[in-house]
Design a protein around this ligand. Sequence first.
Ligand code: SF4
Length: 343
Amino acid sequence: MHKDLQPIAVPLVAWFGQNKRELPWRQDKNPYHVWVSEIMLQQTRIEAVIEHYYAFMAALPTVESLAAVPEERLLKLWEGLGYYSRARNLKKAAQVIMETYGGNFPQEYAALVKLPGIGAYTAGAIASICFNEKVPAVDGNVLRVLARLQADRSNVLDPAVKKAAEALIHDILPDDAGDFNEGIMELGETVCLPNGLPLCDKCPLKNYCKAYRQNITAELPVRIKKTQRRLEEKTVFLFYSPQGELALNKRGDSGLLAGLYELPNVDSFLEENCIAARARQWGLEPLEITYLKDCKHIFTHIEWQMRCYTVRVKEKNESFDWCTAEALESDYALPTAFAKCLD
Ligand code: SF4
């Protein structure tokens, strides 16, 4: 199997040299730039990342500045990227780099993979792209390309399949390991597209591709999810003070969205005639209650179904923080799940 794929290295690296997209973190091989971009790109589209990346680098241009950033500021910079634990881990890792490595970015995979929030993929990407270490960096794009190249129907969501892919790439990596790894990821992102739509006519590897030869590219990769998402219903309250300020609550220090602001909410869908009573339990006197909308937000293992009500109250109280629209824009990091509930 490995022998079959050995010849892909040369055309892949050559194709990457001619076709790579100009991305801000590709302008140099600075490990700080590559690291932050890789963490941002986990589960976020590249177009959305570019804008956040520029703002992040303008605010925190060095590992040192990241290590010292106040948490609220960090979370504000991360707003819209989701999964805030990734931002917190960035800061923790920056602190380790400052304290343990004197501010010098570790150069080897073995050291990188021990940093908070850096797994095998990210360590492999940094080590190979920035320091040309011959280590694999296997993400979903690489798994898709490999499944198609080999016409392999294994479940790409199975960790054992990922391990096998890493071993395979390890065996066929050329000396320019960084270009190979970036090249196969770029191929997955721009040519060997997901959802049954690869652009095989533009592919530098089509002569080596079994799925293309067998005309089964649309059937691959096989993805079988083992975990079902848990559905949770919530009633979400947009309490407005007479001055037009919105009530926000700070979540507890553990669990989903820990330590972030939220719109006041309760589990389950309340009957509309119970909304006023619930507001009073928070010490608020409702003047006007309006059903706003239903919306949903999907986390990895949980789906929130949210029923939202706008409630104008007689006066604000100490149960919540009350913020103006401008402050919400500039000072508060409201998770996307709740931003969807806003009017
Ligand atoms: S030939 Fe098509 S299916 Fe095969 S690797 Fe290239 S783009 Fe993907």
